[in-house]
Design a protein around this ligand. Structure first.
Ligand code: KIV
Ligand code: ZN
Length: 525
């Protein structure tokens, strides 16, 4: 029997920390359900103490999936209490607590004398705080994970010492994060091997790894760690995450599967669900997958050169090391059109991994009919885009009700907009250098926005083929040091732009509400 590698997915926690990738509650729940279908073992659903929305998402996901649900907590009792409160109704849950252990983290985060007068004293204080946190978490659940943050740059003697101590305090998983993506595969592998050799009670816990991709080595580091005894990998769909991202789930899983002769290990991932999951995460986060991305990129199975195409026709194995079917890429034979009924739409969306109750199906069907009237054929990507749009709208405060734009080669563009909110309707008009600028200005005037929102990024792309293809606009607004991302879709790119702009303003509105309600934890570590 080969060893199982536990797949711990952190798309909804570390992945959501990607700049501009914020997800609504409904989108998170939908992604969690799809991760469950994919077969991940643990879903890290968020960081409950950090905001009420994070708390709600963790709580809601806890009731929706069969995977173990984890919540993140600093090594502080209020953080641990927040995870416990969010997940106490959940059958299997994990408290994941962490503390910085590299010298730079210790000296910078625990600079005050109350943590010790010198590095040696501070290190001992950190061990004591970590053990107290683990023991406290253990009073609520048997499943406790501890991460010595920045383990990649932590002195190995100290890492051995703290690992032994937290296991003795009750940690059932010790996660070794390469928080800054600094280490090299050989080095990281040696670190895992050293822990396996030198921590006397290491067999009482699972060794996990959590690699960031700052040098493009996150997957290589994770795989080398597995070769050296790690049996849990923390990863994200499409490799999204803080800065350059986390190790990509699909790359690790497929490497273990395709080169199974190199490892006596397996995962329980249903690889045919990889593509659906990747597309869903990309659509909801607005983070496009680069075309040449391994496994899930648009070009991952495309053969361009004549020599390659010729080889492929003779035998696929000449240029393909895995079958596209094995990751869920199928040439869809089903194309929906204006005559397709509700049942056909529902079954196609379910095959793509979406969950539909009656009410939502009604709304989606309405959108689908409008699109099918404009386009002859509605492809899977169109359906994914509609799903993304509808979920976003369900949660939105500002909604676009009406848009009219006047433009011509010799006239100054004028836009008129009407926006509905739970507080009432707002309408105004404005001119601009171009129709999109006029639109943005009209929205700002209608909502009485005077603060400076700087448009930092604006991109239009066509989601599918044809002249009536759906266009997707993604943009980012910068305001007061924060970034707000928005995405809008429509067959009309100006309307898509207006929706994207409103979506970014919705993010800003949510942030304002959070700032008012979030209980800030004064203790700073
Ligand atoms: O990168 C990191 O160190 C983390 C920890 C919280 C595990 O995300
Ligand atoms: Zn991380």
């Amino acid at each position: 029997m080969s060893d199982k590698v536990i797949v711990f997915d952190t798309t909804l926690r570390d992945g959501e920390q990607s700049p501009g990738a914020s997800l609504t509650l409904l989108e998170k729940v939908e992604i969690a359900r799809q991760l469950d279908k994919l077969g991940v073992d643990v879903i890290e659903a968020g960081f409950p103490i950090s905001s009420p929305t994070q708390f709600d998402a963790v709580q809601r996901i806890g009731g929706e999936v069969s995977a173990v649900v984890a919540g993140l907590a600093r090594a502080l009792e209020p953080d641990i209490d927040a995870v416990r409160r969010a997940l106490e109704q959940t059958e299997k849950y994990r408290i994941h607590t962490f503390m910085g252990t590299s010298d730079i983290h210790i000296t910078q985060k625990f600079g005050s004398d109350r943590y010790g007068k010198n590095l040696a004293e501070k290190r001992q204080k950190v061990i004591q705080m970590a053990c107290d946190a683990v023991a406290y978490a253990k009073t609520f659940t048997s499943d406790v994970e501890f991460s010595p943050e920045d383990a990649g740059r932590t002195d190995i003697e100290y890492l051995v010492e703290i690992t032994e101590a937290v296991i003795a305090a009750g940690a059932t998983t010790v996660n070794i994060p390469d928080t800054t993506g600094y280490t090299f595969p050989v080095e990281f592998g040696q670190k895992i091997a050293a822990l396996k050799d030198r921590v006397p009670n290491i067999d009482e816990a699972v060794i996990s790894v959590h690699c960031h991709n700052d040098l493009g080595l996150a997957v290589a580091n994770s795989l080398t760690a597995i070769s050296n005894g790690a049996r849990q990998v923390e990863c994200t769909i499409n490799g999204i995450g803080e800065r350059a991202g986390n190790a990509s789930l699909e790359e690790i899983v497929m490497a273990l599967k395709i080169r199974s002769e190199l490892w006596d290990c397996h995962t329980d991932i249903h690889t045919e669900e990889i593509m659906n999951t990747s597309r869903m995460v990309s659509m909801y986060t607005g983070m496009l997958v680069q075309p040449n991305k391994a496994i899930v990129g648009e070009n991952a199975f495309a053969h361009e050169s004549g020599i390659h195409q010729d080889g492929m026709l003779k035998n696929r194995n000449t240029y393909e090391i895995m079958n596209p079917d094995s990751v869920g890429i199928r040439e869809s034979k089903i194309v929906l059109g204006r005559h397709s009924g509700r049942a056909g739409l529902k079954s196609r969306l379910e095959a793509l991994g979406y969950h539909l109750d009656k009410e939502r199906l009604k709304i989606i069907y309405k959108e689908f009919v409008v699109l099918a009237d404009k386009k002859k054929e509605v492809f899977d990507e169109d359906l994914r885009a509609i799903m993304g749009d509808v979920l976003e709208q369900e949660d939105a405060f500002y909604k676009l009700d009406y848009l009219h734009v006047n433009l011509g080669t010799t006239t100054i563009p004028v836009a008129i907009v009407r926006i509905i909110t739970p507080d009432g309707e707002y309408q105004d008009s404005a001119t601009g250098d171009g129709p999109v600028a006029a639109c943005f200005r009209a929205i700002a005037r209608a909502l009485g926005i005077r603060q400076q929102f700087k448009l930092e990024y604006y991109q239009v792309r066509s989601i599918t083929r044809g002249k009536s293809a759906l266009g997707e606009v993604t943009l980012r607004l910068h305001h007061d040091g924060d970034i707000y991302a928005g995405r809008g879709i429509s067959t009309d790119t100006i309307e898509a732009s207006a929706k994207a702009y409103l979506e970014a303003l919705n993010q800003h509105k949510k942030k304002q509400e959070l700032d008012l309600t979030t209980e800030t934890v004064k203790e700073h570590i």
